[in-house]
Design a protein. Sequence first.
Lengths: 324, 252, 283
Amino acid sequence: MENSAYLAQESLQQFLDTLGGFGTLHAPTWSESGVSLFAPVRSLDEIDLGYRRTQIPPKKYLFPFRDTFLEYREGHYRFPDGTSPATVLFGVHACDLEAIAYLDLVFLSEPRDPRYAERRAKLLLVGISCTPDEYCFCSEPQGSARCDLFLEAREGGFRVHAGTAAGAAMLGAASELLQEADAAPSGRAPSCLIPAQDPARAYSRDPLWDEFARRCVGCGACSACCPTCYCFDVRETPGLSGDGSRVREWDNCLFPSHGAVAGGNFRPTRLDRLRYRFLHKYCGFSPLEGRSSCVGCGRCKELCPVDIDLRELVAMPRGETEQP
Amino acid sequence: MNKPSLAIAGLTACSGCQLTLLNCEGELQEILERFQVAYFPMGQSDPDRQARYDLALVEGAVSTPGDLATLFHFRNASRLLVAFGTCALFGGIAAQHNRTTPRPKLLEAVYGNGESRPESFPPAPFKNFVSVDAGITGCPPEKGELLQLLGAVLAGTLPAFPHYPVCLECRSRETLCLLLERNQLCLGPVIQAGCNARCPATGIPCEGCRGPVAEANVAQELELLLERGFSREEIERRMSRFTVEWDYGQRR
Amino acid sequence: MTAQALEPYLPFAATLVERRELSPDTALFRVAPEPAARSALSGFLPGQFMQLSVPGAGEVPISPADLPGADGTLELCVRRVGQVTTLLHQARPGQPLGLRGPFGTGFPVEEMTGCPVVLLAGGLGIAPLRSLLLHLVRNRERYGEVTLMYGAREPALMLFREELVGLAAAHGLRLYLTVDFAPEQAAGEYACAVGLLPDLLKGFRFDAGQSYTAVCGPPPLYRCLIGELTAAGVAPDRVLLSLERRMRCGIGRCCHCAIGTKLCCTDGPVFRLSELAGIPEAL
């Protein structure tokens, strides 16, 4: 079986049915209140193929907002029981795929994060090409190698490309629905990553820093919705029985509690916290120093209630992204 | 091991916070096994007011000399005093007109012009009078947070509640942002989370029942709401509903 | 393989063995790890830290005050300041605890061999430096002159004073104890001077070209001491700073302990001054 094939639009429903054989099918859809989100779907008509961006990125499948990651009984800690179900996440854009690749670097490097690794091993990623809107600041890639399968929109259907053995297996299972692929992929598939910035920028005297620090309401939307934000806090929750659990939860570097210790705060002002955000996003923390983690998905820009766009501090023209 | 003794009491309030304890139906039996409920007039026929308590959960605002005496009693009699609910922590509903309407007018509105008015003063939170060891915010408080507090006290510690705004929980559960998408007067950015965005998730903007989040950028929230067309009066009325003591110039 | 080597996220079991009061709010806790975890502690370096769990309250990073003993026990010098440490202070021997680690970088004790070492401790900063000091003392012949300058707020808050005085006499250490506040005679009784650490350092003569200096103390102390050390001519890569941050996970994931683009838990907590150049918030 070739790693590439052509899938006609008419066969998409059957193709999805086939993918469903590899795990529960999740895809971009709409909530009742009108929020774009990844959720379980049964059929093609529930899927929003032309979606722009989901409010919460796919990281929720790997690193949920609130996660019991340890339990203790009679004073002894252990990992909780339970495994995650196999999931096929269909319709992920190249930026979100790039973001998962970044999270993989963070959580799957040694020492591996056991909770993340377990979920990641159960998650199959099916990418799809997209049409950037005014909030996107990516390089408009038409493909991505950061997934098991990628569907690139073509006249009347998709050029489907398998990037992994699991993807090839999915193609194999759907072979009856597929035709021979046309020529090579049309668009280039550059990385979505915004170029890394000099850490010195984070300490610049640009008055925009003060303006952003004045304005930021510290709501946390920027990082909750960022596909590569992964700061987490840890809390112990004792139960009535004397046993309890340890929960980890998304944190946000703009919250005063992020740098707080008993008796003080290492990042006491919003300006300190914004500089931290810039450093983490655009300069990278050790051992990923020199590596930006901004994939240009546009969520922070769209969802910030006070229109803060940290990229204004780097004066980056649209479309200028890192070449692989 | 002796069971820690527990007191649950109320000052000027609706008793809704105390009811939260009774709403823990699934856990009530275990609570009774782990604590000796010494004083709980709302759910008990012979409360023992003379006892000393390991833990006192006291709800309500302080608004009468009797309230103050009760508060002092529980402060002195208890190892841990918990400000139980938004009134105890921030003044709550009863205090909402403290800044805007002279007290005689309020009294007249409630009691008419009659002579028999109970002695009272502007409702105030506990912190104006005593130190508290912990607080559980909310109107009413979240059952889960009450259970966490009880569990923590049994473990010899106090709960580590998060200190971030409603927006984080709201976004995380993929709720529509009512402030940005529906232009509603939502206080999410400056209000303490822990409710899992209960109201916005059902389409109701956050009215601030859990009180201010630590170091809220109040001035920016005000600016944001003014820009979106709400009047200053309307905004202040909404913000005062559960917490009257906002510093509208606070930017820290 | 030990449980620890398998799972850095999972605390291994440990038991509180004994506690010794050091000051009104600080005690030394001796903690015994489960036997299976002891080998994970064998390569422990002075300056590395452990994550100590007190079930019910959570976890805190602690730099042990000594290397693990022959029986694997750790000495943790802990001030009662937050929920976890308060619960630890209430604990009795036999209390189950959890430990993860060791994490982070330690002091470069191999590189330091043959050189004079000056240790500068402020307040609770003596804890990780005691671990270094005991290492130097146990390997006395491998190092040059060893000096400890230790400042506390007041005599009652000076930790390990008698032990330090004994060590100095037995091993020929130069020891300078100082307190910020104390009546003259009280200071005399406690055999320490009144004054601030940076002032003490100002008049101190030492081989600045060869010496390694190790600093640990409350945040404001670093700037003052570094000014003095730099002025004296100590090379920035020989100024070793043990920094404190909010280290939650200990393995470079949770990102609460960033210092510039470095992470205190994996790149530190012991940094060379030269590594912190260009990071205004570091000190």
